[in-house]
Design a protein. Sequence first.
Length: 131
Amino acid sequence: MQKGKTLKNPNFKQTENEIKKAIREYLELNGYEVYRINNGGSFRGFNKDGGKRFSFSGTPGVADMYAIKKGDYPLWIEAKATGKKPTEEQYKFCNRVNESFGSFWIWADSLDIFIEKHNNIKRISPQREGL
């Protein structure tokens, strides 16, 4: 295997929560504070006809996590289960973040993909000194 390459197993699937946990642990080991953004629906009981009622709280498309580190740019992170992609609303949020100044949005369906994208951002965005 070439130096710097990781072994990828296309048959290895992870849930979104497993990927979130792996990304969070990786960032925390690298000095980031990571905040989980709870944004989703919840079961609220049954309606008069016996159907299930759900309610949504939060803003559609907002990332799953927000990570900060002194002297580095903040990251908005969207984790997906292996093989899944962000929704249209999540891509809209991505564009708003990445077109603004000072933050980056990353989505990943594995820790390897996250690390690759994070390293690409670090290469193009030097750390801010003296903060």
